[in-house]
Every structure is written in structure tokens, then in C-alpha cells.
Write a protein that binds this ligand. Sequence first.
Ligand code: ATP
Ligand code: MG
Length: 180
Amino acid sequence: MKLKSLEISGFKSFADDTKIEFEDGVTGIVGPNGSGKSNISEAIRWVLGEQSAKNLRGSRMPDVIFNGSSKRKPLNRARVTMILDNTDHYLKSDYTEINVTRKLFRNGESSYQLNGQDCRLKDILNLFMDSGIGDNAFSMISQGRVESIFNSKPEERRFIVEELIGVSKYRLGKEKAKRE
Ligand code: ATP
Ligand code: MG
């Protein structure tokens, strides 16, 4: 499974339809301060279902919609599509290519699509659960999070390692069984 491309339109500083293709190997994104590098990683976080505007450096979710510049008027909707190569069926789906789309309009209307079909946020979260990919998984590590990992207590760091090796779900299951 790999990230093939990302289509961003009306999201943060990306007013125009923008397609970013990820070739094999390592991709680095470089550019001057304020050119939109972090906005790209936030587009990925957002399409994966991020629900906290604060995690996207905003105060309300519509803050992700392009809000105008000296030359352009604000736009009415943000749209991000992530295209994944799933030929190895790493993600539990019959599709060999998976497209995930999220849209948000200024009036608050929002939608998610999986391979062109309307779906719920829950369907997206389920698809990526236990895959190591997701709005809160360790495939995405923000600048602030690197610091918090370094500065965390040993027990907290253990939690991170457990999550990485996939033990967390068993621990959560055990805790749930104990409660019941
Ligand atoms: P740095 O190198 O400093 O980390 P960067 O390349 O990561 O910079 P970003 O933080 O991704 O840059 O982009 C910041 C730019 O995005 C700012 O100019 C900001 O005005 C713009 N921006 C953020 N949200 C929106 C929005 N909703 N509409 C228009 N522009 C926006
Ligand atoms: Mg940045």
C-alpha cells in the first residue's frame, strides 16, 4: 500500500485544484516559510477524518476553507482527495486503488466519499483502523509531537511503542473484558 497522489482544492492556501503525485521512494517537500508545506500534511490529516480544528491550526473547521488573499476572493468549499495504491490489499478492501474524499462547505455541509460513493466518517475510520494510518496514528508525526515524545515519561513512551507494534488493541480489548 502506498500514497499515490493527493488532490487539494480550496483547502487552506491551495485555492486552485492542485495535484501532488508521489513517486516511488522518499518524497521531500521543500519551499519557503509560509508556502504551504504544513498545509499539505494537514490536508492528509483532514481527509483521514481529523475532527479537531485546533489540530489543523484553526479555531473552527471552516477555517480550512481558502479564505482569500490580496488577489483572490474566499472560496466556498474545501475538497481533498487521497489516492492510495492498495494492490497488496494491505487495507481490507477489494479495491486495488482507494480514493478517499472529504468536502466541507461554508454553511457547514460536509461529506465523505470512498471510491466515489458517499459514505460516513465511520467507514473511513474503520478502513484505516489498525493500519497505522489515521488522524491520530504514528504515520503522521507533527513537529509538536516529536517534542512531546522526547519529553514524555517512560510509561507514556511505552504506550507509543505498544501502539506502533499493534498491542494497543489487545490491551483495550482486555480492559473492556475486565469491565464487562
Ligand atoms: P514553514 O516553513 O514556516 O513551516 P509552511 O510551508 O509549512 O511554512 P504553511 O504553514 O503550510 O507553510 O502555510 C501557511 C500559509 O497558509 C500562510 O500564509 C497562511 O496564510 C495560509 N493559510 C492558512 N490557512 C489558510 C486559509 N484558510 N486560506 C488561505 N490561506 C491560508
Ligand atoms: Mg510548516
